[in-house]
Ligand binder design. Structure first.
Ligand SMILES: [Zn+2]
Length: 88
């Protein structure tokens, strides 16, 4: 589907990269209905994502910057989908 291609293109940005690492580690998931990213609250998965950032940072960034990007994304993602949340 076209939408998938567009999402992959977003990985070019550092934030997009951080989201993809977090998703692969299982630290966040995407709401199937609304496409919001949701924090799964799994500390082991977060740790796995941070380990990837340190070991294999996105192109052109330092491990420190990659870790900061992961932290920033986690900080900006809620633990429920805003549109699935009751009353939301
Ligand atoms: Zn939702």
């Amino acid at each position: 589907m076209l939408m998938m291609k567009e999402r992959r293109a977003a990985i070019r940005t550092l934030q997009g990269w951080a989201i993809s690492v977090l998703q692969e580690a299982g630290a966040i998931r995407e709401c199937e209905e609304h496409a919001w990213m949701v924090d799964r609250g799994d500390p082991d998965a977060r740790e796995r994502a941070l380990a990837v950032a340190r070991r294999d940072p996105s192109a052109d960034v330092s491990p420190e910057k990659a870790v900061t990007a992961i932290d920033d994304v986690l900080g900006s993602i809620g633990d429920t989908c805003p549109e699935c949340a009751p009353g939301g």
